[in-house]
Design a protein around this ligand. Structure first.
Ligand SMILES: [Zn+2]
Length: 415
């Protein structure tokens, strides 16, 4: 039997955190503001205070509002290698995220959950929810997202800390805690001070469905393509004008439609035209390239060049230039070099009574950034679902399984 003694505290914490609006702003983040919003600073202070109150050590807010803390090792376990746990404080900006009013549906009976504004969460179209009859389900009231991404992760780590700090019977080594801002903007690890992180391995607690373990993400590149045509008076343009916008649109049509985000899932990679600016003389196009394998990405980078050459050849007198930039890399390679990190996680999930489900992440995370910086960081489920939307929900029993997984992970690192 696994412990559920902390379950009500976990629920209370989660609901409290979810009600605190902490949306980040991509526009501010792009402009170099960090953290991108002030409400994250207030939340960071609250979390630091709570960590102090439950007896965590070295609680520390740095200049960029990363919250650091340590759960000290059990007596005699001080020399074991430590590991870290990380969750992000911000919520997404894809749906409204201020004034969140979490609703707790205890002993949910399987009927569609009706929210404000005509929004509902229907088990008929949501298979994950259909499996949760009798569980306690937490939703927003439909006017906002819920923010289980990643308040569920924060509540889970905080609950683990309280369990370990108040129960000396569970034997474990040193555990580092990191709560970070601005994950949703893609800039979450921009200002991390690596010298403050002592562990050689971290885990982000930022996944979804029960049992999910994520140790692979995309290799991600962007290509910035500039089409230079020739302007002419439209009244006498015949044979003279080369329209850069037409070139760009032909280029976009050349991209394979079966390799797009909207036509792929699982391990399928893609090209995604994301932004187009310009006029007849010059147009600038940004394309995102995504692939799980390094060879696959090499191939995509070559193909982008081929498409560019073809576009140029189609319009003699034009030029097409391509600049490519690596955004992040698949963390699998670094995790394969340190297999123990994932092995311990798999065992912890199993010991918590859950079957691990390995899923590739079709995106990047703070964990992929940390991995690239040299700290391998796979991702653990939280029990949250339908992220970034008004129909986001979380299951209390799955959140409880998350905490039990974290407790087992602490024990395994302490063996
Ligand atoms: Zn997240």
């Amino acid at each position: 039997m696994h412990s559920t003694s902390f379950q009500e505290r976990l629920l209370e914490r989660f609901v409290t955190y979810a009600a605190i609006g902490t949306q980040s702003s991509s526009a501010s983040a792009e402009a170099g503001v960090f953290p991108s919003t002030d409400n994250q600073k207030a939340f960071a202070r609250t979390l630091a205070e709570e960590l102090e109150n439950i007896g965590a050590e070295n609680v520390h807010l740095d200049d960029f509002y990363y919250v650091h803390a340590v759960i000290p090792a059990s007596a005699g376990k001080e020399n074991l290698p430590s590991f870290g746990l990380c969750a992000h404080m911000d919520t997404a900006s894809d749906a409204p995220g201020d004034n969140v009013k979490p609703l707790v549906h205890r002993g949910w009976n399987g009927a569609p959950i009706l929210l404000h504004n005509g929004f509902s969460i229907d088990p008929a179209s949501d298979r994950d929810l259909a499996g949760c009859i009798g569980d306690t389900i937490i939703t927003s009231d439909g006017t906002t997202l819920l923010g289980a991404d990643d308040k569920a992760g924060i509540a889970g780590i905080m609950t683990l800390a309280e369990v370990l700090l108040s129960n000396k019977e569970i034997q474990h080594g040193t555990i580092e805690i990191l709560f970070s801002p601005d994950e949703e903007t893609g800039h979450g690890m921009d200002r991390i001070d690596l010298s403050k992180l002592k562990s050689k391995a971290f885990y982000t607690v930022d996944g979804g469905q029960l049992g999910e373990v994520e140790s692979e993400c995309f290799n991600a590149w962007r290509a910035d393509i500039v089409f230079t045509g020739k302007a002419a008076h439209l009244g006498s343009a015949r044979g003279k004008m080369i329209n850069a916008l037409t070139m760009a649109s032909n280029f976009i049509s050349d991209l394979p439609s079966a390799e797009a985000p909207e036509t792929t899932d699982g391990y399928g990679g893609y090209f995604c035209p994301l932004e187009l600016h310009g006029g007849a003389e010059k147009a600038e196009l940004t394309v995102y390239l995504r692939d799980f394998s390094a060879e696959g990405m090499e191939n995509r980078l070559k193909r982008i060049e081929v498409f560019a050459k073809a576009a140029e050849a189609r319009y003699p007198g034009s030029t097409v230039s391509v600049k490519t930039l690596c955004q992040y890399k698949n963390m699998k390679e670094k995790l394969d070099q340190n297999p123990r990190i994932l092995e311990l996680l798999n065992s912890a999930v199993e010991r918590a009574g859950v079957t691990p489900v390995h899923k590739p992440i079709r995106g990047g995370t703070d964990g992929s950034r940390l991995t690239e910086m040299g700290i391998p960081t796979p991702n653990i489920f939280t029990g949250g679902h339908n992220y970034h939307s008004r129909t986001e929900w979380a299951s209390l029993s799955q959140m409880t399984a998350m905490v039990n997984t974290l407790i087992e992970l602490a024990k395994l690192w302490g063996e």
